[in-house]
Design a protein around this ligand. Structure first.
Ligand code: PLP
Length: 382
């Protein structure tokens, strides 16, 4: 089986994990700040907070921004459910914005329309979670203008997009985002097995996320509320969680970040090969918006209709090609339907979801395996 995504583990990665196992620290120890520094330096962000998943990072991002039961959080339907659930964890009302029919990312025109309506009703969102779908950065120039006009905070769910750039600035250091979140799940661009990270330029947001990652406990002497009683002293200042990442995971993550240029180069080469090899086929390859450079986490092609998608999906799976669908619209999940969403609410995302198919793309995918995918796809389409 050729999967749609897969980790790449080197001898250095194995050695990094083994070194932790032989050391004094297994849980959150010295490898965690090393991993945080490596990612922060790579993207050019001042602060990084590593946690046990991107889902945890999204939750902490909302909590650090003060999202609560009276808040509204908007995201897109074309994402993994975690981008919406983070608002619900904090008790907020979740809303959605439709996607752009060419990039499959948040559509700034739809956002502008919805903000205007919400403004008239006194129901503006407090936080928007944008998603750099498939690794392609959203149109942040347009989003920044709307942010300045309406005053929402922005969380960039960049789970797909470490290494992507927008106007030559790396995702994670974009001034428009209050907080950026990366995922290190094995199918993502770099992995720590399970893991996630928040990036921010705001030291107060970083400190809040750091506290909430470990029960709301503060140990930094300069951030204590009461007089420091001594080296044993700590304070629980808020109600936090145990979202700590282990040193084993952080060591793997740091070792992987050192390999990121190779991962990105290979993904981009594979995407370019698909662009060429699929050019004559009756499908739509992922369009790239000028001004941004995608990290190429996914290669989603758009087929004619849902009947053809089912047929092609089943034929490819039968020939050992692990195609996948990214994503079922979040607002149509039973949980969100019970909150009042229905088919027809976000027509572009719904149409896209019925026709999309993600082809295999990952650093260790060989040209020969990719040729096999293309041959099977040609066969399935004929
Ligand atoms: C993978 C993913 C997440 C969740 O990441 P975990 O690290 O598995 O929690 C969130 N958002 C998007 C867009 C993702 O692709």
């Amino acid at each position: 089986m050729i999967p749609y995504g897969r980790q790449s583990i080197s001898g250095e990665d194995l050695a990094a994990v083994e070194a932790v196992l032989r050391s004094d620290w297994l849980t959150q120890g010295p490898a965690v700040p090393r991993f945080e520094r490596a990612v922060a330096d790579y993207v050019g962000a001042p602060h990084a907070v590593a946690v046990n998943s991107a889902t945890s990072a999204l939750h902490l991002a909302c909590a650090a921004l003060g999202v609560g039961a009276a808040s509204r959080v908007w995201t897109v339907p074309n994402t993994f459910v975690a981008s919406a659930n983070c608002g619900r964890y904090c008790g907020a009302e979740v809303g959605f914005v439709d996607i752009d029919p060419r990039t499959y990312c948040l559509d700034p025109h739809d956002l502008a329309r919805r903000l205007e309506v919400a403004s008239g009703q006194g129901r503006l969102p407090d936080v928007i979670v944008s998603v750099d779908f498939a690794g392609q950065p959203c149109d942040y120039q347009a989003i920044a203008q709307l942010k300045a006009e309406y005053g929402f905070r922005l969380i960039d769910d960049a789970s797909h997009a470490i290494g992507a750039t927008c106007s030559d600035v790396r995702v994670g250091a974009l001034p428009v985002a209050d907080i950026t979140v990366f995922s290190f799940h094995p199918v993502k661009i770099v992995t720590s097995a399970e893991g996630g990270m928040l990036l921010t330029a705001d030291p107060a947001l970083a400190a809040a996320a750091r506290r909430l990652r470990s029960h709301g406990i503060e140990r930094d002497p300069v951030l204590l509320e009461c007089p420091d009683e001594g080296a044993w002293y700590y304070e629980q200042q808020a109600l936090g969680w145990n979202y700590r990442i282990t040193d084993l995971q952080a060591a793997l993550g740091a070792s992987q970040v050192a390999r990121i240029d190779g991962f990105l180069a290979r993904r981009r080469a594979l995407a370019q090969r698909y662009d060429t090899l699929l050019a004559e086929l009756p499908l739509i390859s992922p369009w790239q918006r000028p001004g941004g450079v995608s990290a190429r986490h996914l290669y989603p092609v758009l087929l004619r209709d849902k009947v053809q998608r089912r047929e092609v999906f089943e034929r490819l799976r039968a020939s050992g090609i692990g195609v996948q669908v990214h994503y079922l619209p979040v607002h149509l999940q039973p949980y969100y339907r019970r909150l009042g969403f229905a088919p027809g609410d976000f027509p572009v995302a719904e149409d896209y979801a019925e026709r999309t198919l993600s082809l295999p793309i990952y650093a260790d995918l060989s040209d020969a395996s990719q040729d096999q995918v293309v041959a099977a796809l040609k066969e399935a389409l004929s």
